[in-house]
Design a binder for this molecule. Structure first.
Ligand code: DOR
Ligand code: ZN
Ligand code: ZN
Length: 354
C-alpha cells in the first residue's frame, strides 16, 4: 500500500546541545523509518532557539546532517517579540511554553503572554504548550488578537471541549494529539510498569480522556497527530530525576494504523492520512505531495532492537503494530528501504530558508 509521506510538526531533535539523546542525523533516520518525510523541530535546546543567531546555527548544523525535510519552530520568551519580524519568514511557527513547564523559556506573567500575541503578526501558527485553564486563556488571546493558535499535545477531555467550542465560533484554533496520550493511561506510568519511561509532559491521563481524544480524531475536532518525539537516554530516565518525554517517530503510524484496521472509533485510513500527512502540511505550510511511503500491511511486534532513534527505547515495547514502513521516496528518490536509510546525510531540505 502506498501513502503520502507523513509529516510531524512537533519533534525534539536535540541538536545542538543534547546530542547524547538524538542528533539531526539519527532523528531524521528515525523519521524515515516511521514514514515521516517532513518534521518541525522544537526550540527547547540548552541554548534555546529564541534568537536569530540560534536559529541560523540550527539550520547550518541541520543542513549537513538531515535525511528528511526539517523546518524549525521559533521559541517565544517574554521579551523576544522584537525579533519576530526578522525570523517569521525563516520558521514554520512560534512555540510558546505557557504556564507550568520546564526549560529556560517559561512564562509566569500576563505581560509576557501579551507580548507574544501582540508581537506575532503573522498567519503562521503560535504553537501552545499549555494545560487546563491556560488553554482557555490562550484561546481568549487568539480571539482578541486575531491570531492562529495550535494547541500542542492536547491530552484532556475538557481541553478538547474548549477546542470544539472555539472551532464552532470560527476561531483559528487547531490542535494535535500525541500517540502516547491515545495508547497509554496513568496506570501505565506506575513504577512496576513504565515508571520513568511513562513520564512525559503533559502526563498520561484517564480512560475517559482517551475515549474523548479518539472521538475527536474520528470526527475532526482533533486536527492532527504529532509525536512530540522527545528522546532521553536510558541513564537519564533511570536517574533520580528522570526528565519528561518519550520517543515516538517510529511507533506512531504502526500503532494508529493497527487501530484503523481494527475499526476503533470509526477511524478510517483516509482520516488517518489526513491526520498524519495532509493536515500538518496544510496548517504549517509544508510541501504537499512531494513524497511517498510504502506500507507492508501486516502485524509485527514493536521492539527497541529495530529503532533508529539514538535513545534506543520505546514505551511501546512489545506492543503490536501494523503497517511497517518498507520504502520511502523523497521527491522521487528512494531514501529508505527495509530498515536501511539510503539517503546520505544532508540530502534532506531545510524548510523555510531563502
Ligand atoms: O515530555 C516532554 N518532553 N514535554 C515537553 O514539554 C518537553 C519535552 C522534551 O523536550 O523532552
Ligand atoms: Zn510541549
Ligand atoms: Zn514537545
Amino acid at each position: 500500500m502506498r501513502l503520502p509521506g507523513l509529516a510531524d510538526p512537533h519533534v525534539h531533535l536535540r541538536e545542538p546541545g543534547s546530542e547524547e539523546k538524538e542528533d539531526f542525523y539519527t532523528g531524521t533516520c528515525a523519521a524515515l523509518a516511521g514514514g515521516f518525510t517532513a518534521l518541525l523541530d522544537m526550540p527547547n535546546n540548552p541554548t534555546p532557539t529564541v534568537s536569530a543567531e540560534a536559529l541560523a546555527e540550527k539550520k547550518r548544523l541541520a543542513a549537513a546532517k538531515i535525511v528528511c525535510d526539517v523546518g524549525f519552530n521559533f521559541g517565544a520568551t517574554p521579551t523576544n517579540a522584537p525579533v519576530y519580524p526578522a525570523v517569521i519568514p525563516e520558521v514554520a511557527a512560534l512555540k510558546a511554553y505557557l504556564g507550568e513547564t520546564h526549560g529556560p523559556i517559561v512564562f509566569g506573567s500576563l505581560e509576557g503572554m501579551l507580548s507574544v500575541f501582540q508581537g506575532w503578526n503573522s498567519p503562521k501558527p503560535i504553537m501552545i504548550h499549555a494545560e487546563g485553564p491556560i488553554v482557555a486563556a490562550t484561546i481568549g488571546l487568539a480571539a482578541l488578537y486575531d491570531r492562529r493558535i495550535h494547541i500542542c499535545h492536547l491530552s484532556k477531555a475538557d481541553e478538547l471541549t474548549l477546542v470544539r467550542a472555539a472551532k464552532e465560533r470560527g476561531l483559528k484554533v487547531t490542535c494535535e494529539v500525541a500517540p502516547h496520550h491515545l495508547f497509554l493511561t496513568r496506570e501505565d506510568a506506575a513504577p512496576e510498569r513504565l515508571g520513568p519511561y511513562g513520564r512525559m509532559s503533559p502526563a498520561l491521563q484517564t480512560g475517559r480522556d482517551i475515549d474523548e481524544l479518539w472521538q475527536g480524531l474520528a470526527d475532526g475536532a482533533v486536527d492532527m497527530i504529532a509525536t512530540d518525539h522527545a528522546p532521553h537516554t536510558r541513564a537519564e530516565k533511570e536517574s533520580s530525576k528522570p526528565p519528561f518525554g518519550v520517543p515516538g517517530l517510529e511507533t506512531a503510524f504502526p500503532l494508529l494504523y493497527r487501530e484503523v484496521y481494527r475499526g476503533k472509533a470509526g477511524l478510517t485510513l483516509d482520516r488517518l492520512v489526513e491526520l498524519m500527512a495532509i493536515a500538518p502540511r496544510r496548517v504549517f505550510g509544508l510541501p504537499q505531495g512531494d513524497s511517498e511511503i510504502e506500507i507492508d500491511d501486516t502485524e509485527f511486534i514493536i521492539s527497541s532492537e529495530n529503532l533508529h532513534t539514538k535513545c534506543g527505547w520505546t514505551p511501546f515495547e512489545g506492543q503490536t503494530g501494523r503497517g511497517r514502513v518498507r520504502r520511502v521516496w523523497l521527491r522521487g528518490q528512494l531514501v529508505f528501504e527495509d530498515g536501511r536509510v539510503l539517503a546520505s546525510p544532508g540530502s534532506g531540505r531545510v524548510l523555510f530558508s531563502a
